[in-house]
Design a protein around this ligand. Sequence first.
Ligand SMILES: [Zn+2]
Ligand SMILES: [Zn+2]
Length: 332
Amino acid sequence: MLAILKEKKGPGVTLKEVPVSETPKGEVKVKVIYASICGTDVGIYDWTPWVAEKLTPPIIIGHEVVGEIIEINGQAPRLKKGDIVSSETHIFDNTCYQCRINNRHICENVQFFGYGRNGGFSEYATIPIHTTWKNDSRIPLEAMSVQEPLGNSVNVITKAGVAGKKVLIMGLGPTGLCAGMVAKVYGASEVVGLNRREYRRKLAKQIGFDRVLETLPEKEYGTFDVVCEMSGNIDTIQIALNAARIAGKIIAFGTPKKNVEFDWGVLINKEITIESVFGRRIWETWYQTSDLLISGKIDLRKIITHRFKLAEFEKAMGVMKSGECGKIMLIP
Ligand SMILES: [Zn+2]
Ligand SMILES: [Zn+2]
């Protein structure tokens, strides 16, 4: 089968024919129908320090997938052949302290599908039974692959508590775009998006953001009840602190590539609360995400802007890096 591999440490990936692996005990094998490229995959491609810490080559990359189960090796009472499933990215061990207190997404021994072990940028993939999510057939097939950015934003917006609040979304990549859509559905009074790229601002406006800004003008400092930092840019943290109202809340989601400097005094003087989000709550967020997709309150196809064959991965990565895109789909 064709697969995208991180064959060795360092930048780049390899497109290669590899044998279809056996289905390990406790896993299902799926025929991948769609996969989508995530910001993390760009980090994997570029070999950022964060990735270098977590990824030991060689592995098949890719963690946002939807596929059809063709084989089950083990007890899986909730699954059967032919089911259309997605994978939770955070593979939890179900035994550590955090797992036992219902924090499986921040498992102490978490492994990552597609960067800690083989993922799904390939024609076939295997997924642990306990991290396999069976999709509701009413959800559009392409959207099933894009549940990670939506789920992450559902978790961000739920934690923020946005009903009746003025919300700033910093960074309008797929997760930021999803966060804006979720904030509107969850009753935010105003959702403002911030991004340097015109392409992303246009897309945000199309999908329902009330306003979009290239930079935050000083007159808007101290006016946002909730600020969601989804960009991971090192210079946006100070802007987030400036943007937040006194006693406002900041949700940290984007992971900066370098250490960040900011004015600690602003945080204290404004009595700002900062909370962070690392992925989706398992499985609460998945149920919330499903409800949004089944009801049609959110249509993820609105943020899908490009589709490529798996063999065109390099081209897809080029578009991804240009920033002139929303979500990019791969078709094995
Ligand atoms: Zn991801
Ligand atoms: Zn655990």
